[in-house]
Design a protein around this ligand. Sequence first.
Ligand code: FAD
Ligand code: SF4
Length: 470
Amino acid sequence: SQLNNDFQFIDVGRQDPQKKAARTRSKEFAEIYEPYKPQEAAGQAHRCLHCGNPYCEWKCPVHNYIPNWLKLVSEGNILEAAELSHRTNSLPEVCGRVCPQDRLCEGDCTLNDGFGAVTIGSVEKYITDTAFALGWRPDMSGVEWTDKRVAVIGAGPAGLGCADILVRNGVTPVVFDRYPEIGGLLTFGIPEFKLEKHVMERRRAVFEEMGVEFRLDTEIGKDVGIEALLEEYDAVFMGMGTYKYMQGGFPGEDLPGVHKALDYLVANVNHCLGFEKDPADYVSLEGQRVVVLGGGDTAMDCNRTAIRQSAVSVTCAYRRDEENMPGSKREVANAREEGVEFLFNRQPVAVIGDDKVEGVKLVRTRLGEPDENGRQRPEVVPGSEEILAADAVIIAFGFQPTDIEWLEPNRIMTDDRGRIQASEYGTFAFQTSNEKIFAGGDMVRGSDLVVTAVYEGRQAGEGILDYLGV
Ligand code: FAD
Ligand code: SF4
């Protein structure tokens, strides 16, 4: 039988969940992977070798007990697997869907040497989706409630990770967000073909049942002041992300037809979900020749959104080579299958056009000396200019920390790049220079990943419990 076979990884190859055909999926905003059937999940989970020192677990930013829950899945014990998986991760069904597994857990799987890594992310997603469908909920029966209340600013993965730790320890988190739904970039950023929105709606209901209170459509600094939170609550956690748009700094960036990546994606989400306040915000690229500038997750999501809007062509230009792209390799492959063309080693120098976009002027690059982060710097090849015709250009160069005017008056220090100073190794984990305020996620690390934001939120939650003496 399957359970008695220690060489499962040879007999059964790596099998990702079934993917819809590119032709079908490029017309719809829906997840592209089908769920695993129980037999498939068990068979894939059973491929795990149970290494003595599991590298996958070290590499996973939240240090999931991966081999342990893989074993439970191979035995068909889904509810226990869900309980175990929630011991380290507040959003396992989300991380299973959107983590760049190829450079995290699966990248370090021993079977990666020729046999194909265990499909860790897909099994992680399967566990929670299946457990919820079976009616499982996190076990809160042993919680001893305190009278402590903590304000959490931001319902993104960092804020939700923090709220999860607090509520499981009897502290009531009250989570404020300026948007009408929880999730942060999971809802208002990442498109439905990677993460369908009902996943976050279900998570909101689960958190509410656990005792988390949400105050949505409420912006701190506008609708409610930070001073009021500091007065009313025992501590404050900030998980507000990074939202300052990075410009290219070249001519033509203001021409009609040039779009900012996140504005474009959010307008599309709002349009699809019916959250649209002003129909004029929606940008349809139907029938247009689109050029996307950038090579990260955001650029990839713009490429694939434009394809689904029936753009006639979508070309993604990136200044380094394919090997050095920051985004997930899986999503680059998916984009290519759906019809996105890639131009590597190209840097934009201008958007061309009289009163609207007509093209992008690009120069070729080659990789030179490493920069301060060890990544090779692209150098321009002289005399290599070319013009790529376009009707629309999307700029996806990333984000910088948002300017928040109430930081300084509240003694919250930032570093020279505007990131909040808070570390795992202070007196209390992720405490800022104001002892009552903690912070984590993108606003501390700079734009990064869902799973690292979850980790920092959870660690900050532990820090707050220590600070409150709970
Ligand atoms: P956010 O998710 O940004 O959440 C911050 C929340 O704070 C928001 O809801 C915001 O409304 C709220 N907020 C801010 N200011 C206030 C205020 N004053 N009052 C009230 N609320 C406030 N990562 C991956 O791992 N995989 C991916 O595939 C991936 N794809 C991505 C695609 C796109 C388009 C983008 C932009 C990012 C992507 N990322 C991906 C990165 C990931 O989404 C972020 O790293 C992660 O969401 C950061 O979490 P956070 O909680 O720190 O911040
Ligand atoms: Fe892998 Fe991400 Fe899950 Fe960790 S959280 S096991 S890195 S998919």
